[in-house]
Design a protein around this ligand. Structure first.
Ligand code: MV4
Length: 423
């Protein structure tokens, strides 16, 4: 299959430009003028004779309007139907739809019409509660509220933040789940109603900004009861919404209790850990599904084997709130060997522009056991050289060596508390 890449003026030197069969510039560095410029992206696809568009992880990947515009121009959007993207993009709607499908959701409300309604709801749910932006996800416009006294202020500031970020200030409320794990389920669905899950990933190692740093599959120390509930709910949810393509359902897990949080209608950054344990190329499956093929296998044909871990190598100063680092990479050496995979866009001499996400590479380690995967990852990280900017390599090594990580007994509070203890 021949590929056409798009790039911004700041990304001329990025590896994807060289790896694709053809590459075209879609505008200057700032994302609004290049990667988010729909007319430029669509006209590149049309001029080069593309028949399908893979939207990647970010940018336009969960933009229902973009998916519609692709279809209007005879281009196959590699993703689910625009109506499903839109429904899952609105977090209050997604929760309502999932609840209707019989998926466990966090106790809470639909959109709150007023602060009065919020006050009544919080009393009924019981403090502490969480205000969330329906247009949000990822924590923007989210506020924890410990008691009635703090509610008015939290409601105003969350509304203002959501309005400023998304031009949609609408909020809903949930009971705060204390010390949960973030566990997500990978799904694949074709256009004929066939749905399978590809197990779960534990993504609880997150920075205070809610960005993931280390992910692993399968989730360690997960009860069979919780695991079955997660997998069953994910498949049921996809059948209910008429999902097609690859997707992820995010859950909060507390003991044996699981609560649906959000659904991502794209392929995710951390999909390689699932690819490693299932020996399935998820992007290939996305393309097969989008071209109208059936899955061609059922749940019984699928089984996870071994364990996989991903470390994100970001150009960030982990001792300074993970501040992004721009600059030129003086030297770069990536690891290899059995069970090691490196996905990257950089090389020695590459320039890191200030416009985009600070991720430089993903290092993924596979092992027959979790201990073997950890050992391989430690060796791979020690082999890695990225000189010229600060990176998260040291932070990842510190986490891998920590008893709570070793024992697989960490939750979403683990990395934030590790950072606080270091001061
Ligand atoms: C929650 C929660 C606890 N209880 N919802 C964070 C971002 C957004 N995706 C939802 N988030 C959370 N929702 C309830 N009812 C805790 C978080 C949360 C979190 C979730 C996953 C991974 C890291 C997190 C860090 C802080 C808070």
């Amino acid at each position: 299959m021949r590929t056409v890449a798009v790039f911004s003026e700041a990304d001329r030197g990025s590896l994807h430009v060289r790896q694709a069969d053809e590459a075209f510039c879609v505008g200057p560095g700032p994302v609004a003028r290049s990667y988010l410029n729909i007319p430029n992206v669509i006209s590149t696809a049309l001029i080069t004779g593309c028949d399908a568009v893979h939207p990647g992880y970010g940018f336009l990947a969960e933009n229902a309007r973009f998916a519609e515009i692709c279809a209007d121009h005879g281009l196959t959007f590699i993703g689910p139907k625009p109506s499903v993207i839109a429904a899952m993009g609105d977090k209050a709607t997604a929760k309502r739809v999932m609840h209707d499908a019989g998926v466990a959701t966090t106790p809470g409300t639909d959109i709150l019409a007023s602060i009065d309604e919020a006050r009544k709801a919080a009393k009924k749910i019981g403090y502490p509660v969480l205000l969330k932006a329906t247009a949000g996800g990822g924590g923007k416009g989210m506020r924890t509220v410990e008691n009635e006294h703090d509610l008015d202020r939290a409601f105003s500031s969350a509304t203002a933040e959501a309005e400023a970020s998304f031009k949609d200030g609408r909020l809903y409320m949930e009971k705060l789940i204390i010390d949960p794990r973030h566990i997500e389920v990978q799904v694949l669905a074709d256009s004929f109603g066939n749905v399978v899950h590809l197990g779960e990933r534990d993504c609880s190692v997150q920075k205070p900004s809610h960005q993931k740093l280390i992910e692993e599959a399968p989730a360690p120390n997960l009860s069979q009861k919780a695991r079955n509930a997660l997998h069953d709910m994910a498949v049921r949810a996809c059948k209910h919404v008429g999902y097609s393509n690859a997707g992820t359902l995010e859950f909060l897990v507390s003991g044996d209790q699981v609560f649906f949080m959000e659904m991502n209608t794209r392929i995710q950054v951390e999909h390689p850990v699932t690819e490693m344990v299932y020996s399935i190329d998820l992007v290939k499956e996305q393309i097969r599904i989008a071209s109208g093929e059936t899955l061609g296998y059922t749940q019984r044909d699928l089984a996870a084997r071994g364990h996989a871990i991903e470390c994100r190598i970001n150009a960030e100063d982990s001792s300074n709130n993970f501040a992004p680092q721009a600059g030129t990479l003086a030297d770069v050496v990536f690891p290899g060997g059995p069970g090691i995979r490196v996905d990257t866009h950089v090389y020695a001499g590459a320039t890191i522009p200030p416009y985009y996400d600070s991720m430089l590479a993903k290092i993924v380690a596979f092992g027959e056991t979790r201990d073997a995967a950890i050992a391989r990852m430690e060796r791979a990280l020690r082999e890695t050289v990225v000189d010229g900017v600060n990176t998260t390599i040291g932070q990842c090594l510190e986490i891998l060596a920590h008893p709570r990580f070793r024992e697989g007994r960490y939750d979403i509070g683990f990395l934030p508390s590790l950072l606080k203890a270091r001061v």
